[in-house]
Design a protein around this ligand. Structure first.
Ligand code: G3I
Length: 463
C-alpha cells in the first residue's frame, strides 16, 4: 500500500471507531444529544405549575421555554430558555385561568438539542373580568343575556380546559345529549340521573344558568319505549310519567326546558313521530301541560317552557306551522319561549330571513333562545382546509346573528347558545341526519382551544 492509501485507511478506521452505531448500523456522531420528552405539568394552581420532562443521557442541563401561545412567538418573562439541571422546574407568577405552553431542550457544553414536544396547561381559578371573554362583554350590555354553550358531563371536571373556558366565557349551559330521554329513561319509572345531575350541579355550583334540553324528541326515544307493547293510552301515560318525574327532579335547578323538539317536518306538517302516532295531534299540548303541572306542583312556578326547532328562517311552511303550534300553546299559557337552533352556514340564512323569523316570536311576547348556533363553512365540501376567506365569512356571520340577537328588546332576550366548544367536537361531520359531505370548522374554538375569528365576530356582535 502506498502512503496515500495508508493515510486514507487510517482516517477510515479512525472515523469508524469514533462513531457509535445505531440499530440501523448507520454510524451516527458519538455525542448526538437526544431530544427531550416533555411530560404533563403537575401542581397546577391559579398562578403556577410544575413543568416536567424526561432526562436525556449526556445532558448537563436543560433550557425551558414558557409561552402563552403554542408557536412561542413570545415568552413569559423569565422563561425564555431558562436553564435548569433537573427534570422538573416550578413556573410561577402566572395569571389565573390562562393557557400556557412549555417545551424543553437538552444542553451539553455548547451543544443544544432540538425542542421537545409542547405541553399545554391551563392555570386554574377565574380570570379577571376580561372584556374579551364573551359573557363578560354580554353582561356589560345595557340589556344583557346569557351566552351559552352545549356541554357533556365528562368536560366538567374542575381544572379541565373546558371548565376554565366555561367559567371565563359562558353564563349558560345546555346538555348536548345527556338530559334527553334516551340516556335518562332506563325503563318505565326508572331513571339514570348521573350525567344529568353532574351537568346541573355544575351549573348550580358555579352560578351558570342551565337550559334543560329536551323532554320529548323523536331522535331520543329509549329503546324500551320504542318497543313499547302497551296500548296507546298506556304509552301516553309513560310519557306523562317521564315528563312529570324529570321536571320534578330538576325543579328549582334549571331555568328552562325544551319540552318538545322538532315536531314539525321539513314540509311544514306535524312530523310523523311515535308521539304523534300513539298520542294523536294533541300530544304537544299534553306534554306542555304535564311539564307545567309538574313544575307548579314542585313550586317551580318560574320555569320557562320552550319549543325548539331548526331551519324556520329559510323554510316558510315550517315557520308557519311552528307559529301555529306556538299560538295554540300560548292560548293556554303553556309556552314561554321559542328556540331557534340556527345550525347555519356562512351563506345562509340571510340576515333579513333570521330577523323576520325571530321578530314573529318577539311579536308574541316570547323569550328568544338562539339555542344551537354553529356556522358551517364547508357544507358543499368545496374546501379541504379552513381557508382565510371562509374564516372571515364565518366571522361576519357570527357577528351578524349576535347583532340581531343583541338588538332584541330586553323582555325577549334569554340566551344565545353555541353548540359546542371546539371544531373537532362538533356533531356536524358525524351526523347521519345532516349527511355533511366532509370536514367542517363550525365553532368558536379550534382543535387546540385557541379562539378563532368566529369568536372575534361574536365579540364584535356585542358592540
Ligand atoms: O359519549 C358517548 C360514548 O361514550 C358512547 O360510547 C357512544 C355510543 O353510544 O355514545 C356517545 O354519546 C353520543 C353523543 O352524541 C356524543 O356527543 C350519543 O350516542 C349520541 O346520541 C349523541 O348525539 C347527539 C345528538 O343530538 C343525539 O342526542 C349529538 O351529540 C348532539 O349534538 C345532537 O344535538 C341535536 C340537538 O339535541 C337537537 N337539534 C339537532 C342537534 C344535532 O343533531
Amino acid at each position: 500500500m502506498n502512503y496515500k492509501q495508508i493515510v486514507t485507511a487510517f482516517f477510515l478506521v479512525f472515523s469508524l471507531l469514533s462513531c457509535s452505531k445505531d440499530d440501523g448500523n448507520t454510524p451516527v456522531p458519538l455525542n448526538a444529544l437526544a431530544t427531550p420528552f416533555a411530560s404533563t405539568a403537575s401542581n397546577v394552581t391559579n398562578t403556577s405549575f410544575q413543568a416536567n420532562w424526561v432526562l436525556v443521557p449526556g445532558a448537563e442541563s436543560y433550557l425551558i421555554d414558557v409561552s402563552t401561545d403554542n408557536s412561542f412567538s413570545t415568552f413569559v418573562t423569565g422563561y425564555d430558555a431558562l436553564s435548569n439541571s433537573g427534570s422538573t422546574v416550578a413556573i410561577s407568577g402566572l395569571s389565573p385561568a390562562m393557557a400556557y405552553y412549555y417545551r424543553i431542550r437538552a444542553k451539553r457544553g455548547v451543544e443544544v438539542s432540538n425542542n421537545s414536544n409542547v405541553i399545554t396547561v391551563k392555570t386554574t381559578g377565574v380570570a379577571a373580568e376580561d372584556p374579551t371573554f364573551l359573557k363578560v362583554k354580554a353582561n356589560a350590555l345595557a340589556n344583557p343575556f346569557f351566552v351559552g354553550v352545549a356541554v357533556k358531563a365528562q368536560q366538567l371536571n374542575t381544572g379541565s380546559a373546558y371548565d376554565v373556558v366555561l367559567k371565563n366565557e359562558f353564563s349558560s349551559i345546555t346538555a348536548e345529549y345527556e338530559m334527553k330521554m334516551d340516556p335518562i329513561s332506563t325503563g318505565s319509572g326508572t331513571y339514570n340521573w348521573v350525567a344529568a345531575d353532574k351537568i346541573v350541579k355544575y351549573g348550580n355550583d358555579n352560578g351558570i344558568n342551565v337550559h334543560a334540553h329536551v323532554l320529548v324528541w323523536h331522535n331520543a326515544v329509549p329503546n324500551w319505549l320504542k318497543d313499547f307493547s302497551g296500548t296507546d293510552a298506556e304509552f301516553a301515560l309513560e310519557v306523562k310519567k317521564y315528563i312529570t318525574a324529570v321536571v320534578t327532579h330538576f325543579a328549582g335547578k334549571v331555568k328552562s326546558w325544551d319540552v318538545v323538539n322538532e315536531a314539525v317536518d321539513d314540509n311544514g306538517n306535524m312530523r310523523n313521530t311515535v308521539f304523534l302516532t300513539k298520542m294523536g295531534p294533541n300530544y304537544i299540548k299534553d306534554c306542555y301541560q304535564w311539564a307545567r303541572d309538574a313544575a307548579n306542583a314542585a313550586g317551580d312556578t318560574n320555569l320557562l317552557l320552550f319549543y325548539n326547532d331548526y331551519a324556520t328562517s329559510t323554510n316558510i311552511n315550517k315557520q308557519n306551522k311552528v307559529f301555529a303550534i306556538v299560538d295554540d300553546l300560548k292560548a293556554s299559557n303553556l309556552i314561554d319561549g321559542l328556540g331557534f337552533q340556527m345550525h347555519n352556514t356562512y351563506l345562509s340564512p340571510a340576515k333579513t330571513q333570521m330577523e323576520a323569523d325571530i321578530n314573529r316570536a318577539v311579536a308574541k311576547g316570547l323569550k328568544i333562545h338562539v339555542s344551537e348556533l354553529d356556522i358551517q363553512v364547508n357544507q358543499n365540501n368545496d374546501i379541504t382546509t379552513f381557508t382565510n376567506e371562509r374564516k372571515l365569512a364565518q366571522k361576519d356571520k357570527y357577528k351578524e346573528i349576535v347583532k340581531i340577537y343583541n338588538a332584541l328588546p330586553a323582555a325577549n332576550k334569554y340566551a344565545l347558545t353555541v353548540w359546542g366548544f371546539k371544531d373537532n367536537e362538533s356533531w356536524i361531520p358525524y351526523s347521519t341526519d345532516l349527511n355533511h359531505p366532509g370536514n367542517d370548522w363550525p365553532l368558536l374554538y379550534d382543535n387546540n382551544f385557541e379562539i378563532k375569528s368566529a369568536h372575534t365576530g361574536f365579540l364584535e356582535g356585542l358592540d
